[in-house]
Design a protein around this ligand. Sequence first.
Ligand code: ME8
Length: 642
Amino acid sequence: MSQAFYCTTPIYYVNAKPHLGHAYTTILVDVASRAAKAAGKETFFLTGTDEHGDKVVEAARKNNMEPKAYVDYISGLFSDLWPRLSIKPDRFIRTTEDDHIKVVRQILAKIYEAGDIYFASYTGHYCLGCERFVLERELVDGLCPDHGTKPEVISESNYFFRMSKYQTWLIDHIRANPDFIRPKRYANEVLSFLREPLEDLCISRPKSRLKWGISLPFDENFVTYVWFDALLNYVSALGYPDGANYKKFWPAVQHVVAKDILKPHGIYWPIMQKAAGIAPYQHLNVHGYWNVDKTKMSKSLGNVVDPLALAERYGVDAFRYFLMREMVFGLDSSFSEQAMVARINADLANDLGNLFSRVLTMAGKFLASAAPARNSALEKESGLTLENAANTMVEQYLEACQSFAFANALKAVWDFIGLMNRFVDTNAPWVLAKDQKDKPKLETVLYNLLEGLRLVAALIWPVMPDTAEKMTVQLGMDPRMLSVGKGAALAWGGLPAGATLAEPQALFPRVDWEAIEPEKEAKKMESAEQKNPAKEQISFDDFKKLDLRVGLVTDAQAIPKAKKLLLLTVDIGSETRTVVAGISLSYKPEELVGKKVVLLANLAPAKIMGITSQGMVLAAVDEDGARVLTPQKDAPPGTPVQ
Ligand code: ME8
């Protein structure tokens, strides 16, 4: 049983597209599963989508879609995204699947028959965002503390789950198993909540109010509450109660969630398990929240981070590395693209990438690209070895992985990489290569560096699988050892003598932040121009506010580092304007000089690439590019356009 490793993400609501937060949890669980697999464990990685409930119905309605069509669409966005981020779940569960629905009904019936579900009428403050009745004492100035909205007061008859009956059991269980919920601060948060009497949980919604849910097996006029449905995915996905996976993997489970859903996972879920006769899960691992440039990520602020765009711009491995290295498990982190670029350049391009290519280049030049054999006698005599440091790194790494502290695990690896870089400088292989009598020493220095890099590849594989595979291949070894090594790849001394080393290929190109910004700016302009939704009607008075005039382009220049922008000088009769236009993919500067254009002259000035743009040149834009508008008959600069 100790060899089984089952790890889960929350199943995500299908009321919005996947963003950075969803990607983080799912990458984290992918990393944990790969690390367990590399250590020889049998793993099962579960993720999926949570598809019932008010929120989903509301989102479908806003998109003018039927709930089923809507959930199929959004769930597909999640399942399609994961492989593009090198995430490989063993199962993607959807709560609208028949086998899940069957298990939910079966467990509800079991708890009902045991007498832990009863019918009663209730008046409470219902928060749509939380999809639950929020207790009076939880409200802050009458508002939901998480959503800042005023809950609706609802009175209705419903089914209730006797959670209160298990309160003492749960407190004892958390106290007896100190790492049941970790990090500790979250166990303490749950215990402090449990100091107050626990209210029974309302687990139904009348179909008159919500149809989009699983019918109660003992009363078809009601559907079950979304959390009761969702949490059971963790056992239904394994084929509860008799499936082979259930027998193999339950309860050796590691749940991973963010702090937003601590309460359902730390309180409802263990109590549901207890009432249903399911052994309690082994660990709940709770991480913090990603904010963006220090503010909460939210649609209304327009700062929701798209994980795919980042992975496409910087590479999947670099993106995964940044997320794992940056967030201290359990604490909040602030995402900034510039910080990500800084880390890519410092840790990946410089520390690791340069070291790897330097060592392989030296091995090619001085050892004719063949891995040298280990010379233990010389290592002992000269102290020229990285073995002890490597063993310390592996120990720290494994310990950190146990508690999902991947930032610490990676830090241990990068400390070792720093040591290897110093080892190169102190032992200067290029000096040793000059004298034949130093050959054994040269071979020992390079052996240690190559072996160190082989080990680094094995350790970074869970986070950066493509890079680790590339490194292993260039070191002349079979990359399959990374995933099926049963831990052997982590022992010092695995590099076979005589392995054919390849010419180094750059692992990570340096990113030029100065060049990224203008490119993004141009893309933004382009996509805003290309999206063509029907716009709301405006009055003639609104239209009259636009100061449109004929302009003569007197100069046009490319802007260094900006692929898509041109700098135009436009004469509008009374004055000359400087305008930055995103049209350089469609026009060479010289094609525009002397042309008449239409300029929006009263657009508020905007700084683009450090240049103040004083207006906008009108153009017809679609995927074929930009076509600048020009008066069909000649008109002097300054002529109004209406
Ligand atoms: O709560 N930072 O689904 P959900 C870090 N369906 N992680 C974040 C994040 C952020 N800013 N935003 C979201 C639900 N997440 C329920 C779960 S489970 C039986 C049912 C991640 O779509 C994080 O893992 O709101 C968080 O717990 C989860 O998305 C919430 O996803």
